[in-house]
Design a protein around this ligand. Structure first.
Ligand code: URA
Length: 186
């Protein structure tokens, strides 16, 4: 069965596969260009995202937009989503069973998008998508390849909010990401 983007969004909106569905305000489906070559995968919606039902609309979204803008990218030309589609109360780390319950949605988003480049924002996404023992401080910006897709990870915008010295590191990583992205646009 081939589902459409609209189907996936409907499933996400109706999901009750884990207890977060009882505490969330709104599920947060990924957003952006469904033809994009570049997919960003973060951790889980924060409180602002939970209220608005859209990814990266809070303070970390502002940092992400600045990073993208500084590197010549716009959020409208990429696709961004999260491992979890529902906000974990108090912004705690996602539990294993919540990630497992939510993963089919991410798999479908990836299947429909067929991105050429996947960028994990932060270690929760990098450990789920790239490797379970991923160390963001040592391995950010390193590329791995899976079939025809290049994968890397950068600091999560909320880590940059906690420690602004990480901004330049993340910007340098994003500049490399943009170079690779441009190769795919030629
Ligand atoms: N943090 C995330 O990991 N995802 C969002 O959508 C917002 C904040």
């Amino acid at each position: 069965m081939q589902y459409t983007w609209e189907d996936i969004e409907r499933f996400v909106n109706a999901c009750s596969h884990c207890p977060l569905s009882r505490t969330r305000c709104r599920p947060v489906m990924g957003r952006g260009d469904h033809q994009a070559d570049l997919m960003l995968i973060a951790e889980a919606p924060g409180r602002d995202e939970d209220r608005q039902g859209r990814p990266f609309v809070g303070r970390s979204g502002e940092v992400l937009d600045r990073l993208l803008r500084d590197c010549g990218l716009d959020r409208e030309e990429i696709y961004m989503t999260n491992i979890l589609k529902c906000h974990p109360p108090g912004n705690r780390d996602p539990k294993e069973e919540e990630k497992e319950a939510c993963l089919p949605y991410l798999k479908y988003e990836t299947y429909l998008l067929k991105p050429k480049i996947i960028v994990c924002l932060g270690s929760v996404a990098a450990r789920r998508i790239i490797s379970p023992d991923f160390k963001i401080a040592r391995q950010h910006g390193i590329w791995t390849y899976r079939k025809k897709c290049a994968l890397t990870a950068v600091y999560h915008p909320s880590a940059i909010l906690r420690d602004s010295s990480k901004y330049e590191t993340a910007k340098a990583d994003f500049q490399e990401i943009v170079k690779k992205y441009m190769e795919h646009q030629e």
